[in-house]
Design a protein around this ligand. Structure first.
Ligand code: SAM
Length: 290
């Protein structure tokens, strides 16, 4: 169960979800024709311990990330959203945006992976231990950021905008914001505060990409809690009704659209993994401030 002010590192609590999704990206991105590829994800997973190496080497066939009823869908979800957000950030850079804020960056290695134009600054916000693990692991493996990368160690339930601005973020310039794999780990009130803060810090021309999930029906949440695959995850989320991002930002003058993950997979020409209904709760949003 979650509590106000709970804390974690890469192997515990909400921090372990960063590792879990990185492992899903590493596995799903192996196929040559995968929608996206994140080769750095495998470096994190290997550094996380022998049980993770065993997963990558195929020695844990029953691992939750490999089960047909949860794991294979989850892998498909992760690699599709990687593609969506990679495309979003590349498009934002093409409009001239040079300030990028990745909220709950976890093991997102886009600062090291994407072809950023000169002068791009990427701000990564997460808990300090998570950011440290990322930097130390990639430095050890010989990788360098391809943009100016600023770590902003914060708790996103608290006053993070000050920390962001103290690290050099300039609210008078347009910015691109990424909110991937975060909202369900925030109580609904903290999500609204987060939206308020992004809105207040965004100059005209800014854009935001968000992953959100409609609440899991109670029966599905209970079934997941009882299953092998998703049990831990269900205990880490706030499965509660909350603001819908397109409507919330639309009411404040932003324009944009959302697409359900299943529809997005079809747009990409991808057959849906078996039993994919649950994924249709997940949707991807892009909004732009005119
Ligand atoms: C599922 S991971 C997603 C990481 C990354 N965005 C990705 O998609 O690979 C969730 C991340 O949210 C971070 N997170 C959740 N709640 C947070 C909070 N209150 N403050 C800072 N980070 C938070 C966790 O530390 C973790 O890295």
């Amino acid at each position: 169960m979650r509590t106000d002010g709970d804390s974690w590192d890469i192997n515990t609590g909400v921090g372990s979800t960063a590792l879990f999704v990185a492992a899903a990206r590493a596995l799903a991105g192996r196929a040559a024709d995968a929608p996206a590829h994140d080769p750095l994800a495998e470096i994190f997973v290997r550094a996380a311990g022998p049980e993770w190496v065993d997963l990558l080497e195929g020695r844990v066939p029953g691992h939750p990330l490999l089960t047909p009823d949860f794991g294979m869908q989850f892998q498909q979800h992760q690699i599709a959203r990687t593609r969506y957000f990679d495309d979003f950030l590349n498009a934002a850079a093409a409009t001239g945006i040079r300030q990028v804020v990745i909220l709950a960056a976890g093991l997102d290695a886009r600062a090291y992976r994407l072809p950023w134009p000169d002068g791009t600054v990427v701000y990564e916000l997460d808990r300090p231990q998570v950011l440290e693990f990322k930097r130390e692991t990639l430095t050890e493996a010989g990788h360098k950021p391809r943009a100016q990368r600023h770590e902003v160690p914060v708790d996103l339930r608290e006053d993070w905008p000050n920390a962001l601005c103290e690290n050099g973020f300039d609210p008078s310039l347009p910015s691109a914001w990424l909110v991937e794999g975060l909202l369900i780990y925030l109580p609904p009130a903290a999500q609204d505060q987060l939206f308020d803060a992004i809105d207040a810090l965004s100059a005209p021309g800014s854009r935001i990409a968000i992953e959100q999930m409609d609440p899991l029906p109670e029966a599905a949440a209970t079934a997941m809690a009882d299953s092998d695959g998703g049990s831990d995850w269900v205990r880490l989320i706030y499965n509660e009704p909350r603001s819908e991002a397109t409507a919330w930002f639309g009411a404040r003058g932003w324009t944009g659209e959302r697409v359900y993950l299943t529809d997005y997979l079809q747009e990409l020409g991808r057959p849906l993994a078996d039993g994919v209904q649950q994924q249709s709760l997940i949707n991807l949003v892009t909004v732009v401030r005119p």
